[in-house]
Design a binder for this molecule. Structure first.
Ligand code: BJW
Length: 241
């Protein structure tokens, strides 16, 4: 692994980029990460709030967990990392696929037009009877809130452990033909997202990690930028041709 330089990155007019973001990109906006010191998993058991089994045991508690996090969204703003990625998206158009593991809406509020939310979205609910019934929802969910289409109960539109993430076909297609892959603000501990850099590397893409903590000698990462996303992502975007 080497420190990033534009020459080593070698991004050209025909290059295709996939960006994967994680909780670290929203940390400077004031949203807690999961596994850092002070992260969400210090106060909440994963098994209780992020599994279908936890929801079946205590739906009220899980719904309340996501109600609180939905409320938080109105008190936070996108940071320069979200905004820089949106500018890059305008420049690269269909040559960029932005994939986020985050369920916040800060990429959209930062100006990104197309975002693949592979772990779902806080501002949506999904019907428990028919998963095709998905609605926009910005308020406080009541446990009995009915699906507007069929009247069944609803759940947060989130991908919990053991469930299949969204948009996997589109993501796999983009990974198969990308020339460059960047992962930002993720600990790379949760699959399948943690395996994306390996897929990109296997098709010959250059792989760049931008993170506060970087893994020493990761065989699937070529280049690193260590630091805060809110500072480093705009600098990296400025360095792109
Ligand atoms: C900064 C920063 C700053 C801080 N600037 N950086 C055994 C082996 C392998 C896999 C498995 C296994 N057993 C089970 C599995 C599968 C399982 C899994 O991966 N488990 C692992 C724990 C081992 N995965 C699943 O179950 C997934 N589904 C699945 O695999 O289905 C099968 C399938 C897949 C594909 C096709 C077909 C079938 C589902 C995973 C769902 C994850 N859901 C969660 C919670 C829901 C959303 C929510 O409540 O918000 O998603 S878990 C949680 O972790 C959340 C996140 O999106 C996800 C990733 O976390 P992230 O973003 O990496 O955050 P952190 O906190 O870990 O890291 C933050 C990083 O930022 C750190 O590195 C900091 O240094 C850095 N940072 N400040 C830059 N300012």
């Amino acid at each position: 692994m080497k420190a990033y330089t534009p020459q080593l990155w070698n991004f050209g007019p025909k290059s295709k980029l996939v960006i994967l973001t994680g909780a670290g990109i929203s940390a400077e906006s004031g949203i807690r990460t999961f596994r850092d010191s002070g992260g969400l998993w210090e106060d909440h058991r994963v098994e209780d709030v992020a599994t279908p089994e936890g929801f079946a045991r205590n739906p009220g508690m899980v719904i309340e967990f996501y109600n609180q996090r939905r409320l938080e969204l109105s008190h936070v703003r996108p940071n320069p990392a979200h905004e820089a990625i949106a500018c890059l998206g305008n420049r690269l158009a269909e040559r960029l696929l932005l994939v986020t593991q985050n369920i916040d809406n800060l990429h959209e509020r930062g100006g990104s037009k197309q975002v693949e939310h592979m772990h779902g979205e806080l501002l949506k609910l999904r019907c428990l009877r028919d998963e095709r019934h998905v609605i926009d929802f910005a308020g406080v969910q009541n446990i009995d809130f009915p699906c507007p289409q069929c009247g069944a109960k609803m759940r947060p539109h989130i991908v919990w452990f053991g469930e299949i993430p969204f948009d996997m076909d589109a993501i796999q297609d983009a990974l198969q033909c990308c020339t460059h892959f960047v992962f930002v603000g993720t600990s790379s501990q949760v699959y399948p997202a943690a395996g994306f850099r390996k897929v990109a590397k296997a098709v010959g893409a250059k792989v760049l990690c931008i993170n506060l903590e970087v893994e020493a000698d990761d065989p699937y990462t070529d280049l690193i930028i260590q630091g805060k996303a809110g500072i480093e992502v705009p600098l990296w975007v400025d360095s792109m041709p």
